[in-house]
Design a protein around this ligand. Structure first.
Ligand code: TYM
Length: 332
């Protein structure tokens, strides 16, 4: 059986990187996989979150999933803290994963920065919770952007060590699915930096809740170079900003970078940016409208999350029982 699990943290603004690197791919995959999509609120609190804001962004990410085209009937959509097995399995994995493994995680180093001693223990143990998210459902595939690759390798290591330690094939060795032309969307202001929720300049990213005017302004101001667009991929070398905009265009139009360059090669950036704006507004506009509609009806969102949590629990419960029994925990 093929089952996918993936999630987004409800922190700050959802942006085009989250959409193109993850959510848009899920919409395609839901047809072929049993699909579980989580709003990972427990991951969010590894750095400080204002409580009211966390509640709001949990609903906002849920609305984005649905507005993007994830079918809450066919798929399971829920928030992490509603299924206690995530925390329970994460504890077992805290005891399986080694300090040395977690010490190598680049995301911890980036997020903790110079103030490592002051980072939360949760931020350090974050990848164990992520492994628990995935393996609590024995997910076989995990669709994510490129930045999550290292965490997924750790998930595989944890599954393997658990299976070896206990001499039982309890967990599958999960495959990452890093798909499409926008697996790493870069900042609009600096083609060497990832587009990110935490970047201070709002002009570095397109947020899923930006309106058409703001999208147009941000694309107009996006950093480029003075040369026109090349007609072939080789011409994008050492032009990170140009490569980024072409990758975004290809992903938004379900096309390839080659096809985009064949059509737009030779154009000055002013013309290409206008086409990219029109395309972005065409794709994001209806999503934005649906998100606004859903967010005006929080009861509808909460009902979807509640039903999703019940369905997730029905899968997770027996798997956690199997783990507890394997570990030797006396069952009441
Ligand atoms: P998060 O919330 O940072 O990002 C959610 C998804 O968006 C992708 N992404 C990007 N893709 C392309 N370009 C970008 N600039 C970009 N920025 C973000 C991420 O790769 C991700 O797929 N640890 C995860 C959340 C998580 C999770 C899980 C994911 C928790 N448990 C279990 C999969 C399975 C995270 O922080 O994603």
């Amino acid at each position: 059986m093929k089952r996918i699990f993936s999630g987004v943290q409800p922190t700050g603004n959802l942006h085009l990187g989250n959409y193109l690197g993850a959510i848009r791919n899920w919409v395609q995959l839901q047809k072929d996989y049993e699909s579980i999509f989580c709003v990972v609120d427990m991951h969010a609190i590894t750095v400080w979150q204002d409580p009211a804001e966390l509640t709001r962004t949990t609903r906002e990410v849920t609305a984005a999933y649905i507005a993007a085209g994830i079918d809450p009937e066919a798929c399971i959509i829920f928030h992490q803290s509603a299924v206690p097995g995530h925390a329970q399995l994460a504890w077992v994995f805290n005891c399986v994963a080694r300090m040395g493994w977690l010490n190598r995680m680049t995301q911890f180093k980036e997020k903790a920065g110079k103030h490592k001693e002051n980072a939360s223990v949760g931020l350090f143990a974050y990848p164990d919770l992520m492994a628990a998210d995935i393996l609590l459902y024995k997910a076989t595939h995990v669709p994510v952007g490129e930045d999550q690759k290292q965490h997924l390798e750790l998930t595989r290591d944890i599954a393997q060590k658990f299976n070896n330690d206990f001499g039982r094939e309890v967990f599958p060795i999960t495959e990452p699915l890093i798909l499409g032309t926008a697996t790493r969307v870069m900042s609009l202001r600096d083609g060497s930096k990832k587009m990110s929720k935490s970047e201070t300049s709002d002009f570095s990213r397109i947020n899923l809740r930006d309106d058409a005017d703001l999208i147009a302004q941000k694309i107009r101001k996006a950093k480029t170079d003075p040369e026109p667009l090349p007609s072939e991929i080789a011409g994008l070398e050492n032009r990170p900003e140009a490569a980024n905009l072409v990758g975004i265009f290809a992903a938004l139009s379900d096309s390839t970078r080659e096809a985009v360059l064949a059509e737009h090669g030779g154009q000055p950036f002013s013309a290409f940016k206008q086409s990219l704006t029109d395309l972005s507004v065409e794709v994001l506009g209806p999503m934005n409208a649906e998100m606004n509609r859903l967010l005006a009806n929080p009861d509808e969102i909460d009902a979807i999350l509640k039903r999703g949590a019940e369905r997730a629990q029905a899968i997770a419960g027996p798997i956690l029982d199997e783990v507890y029994e394997t570990v030797g925990f006396l069952r009441p």
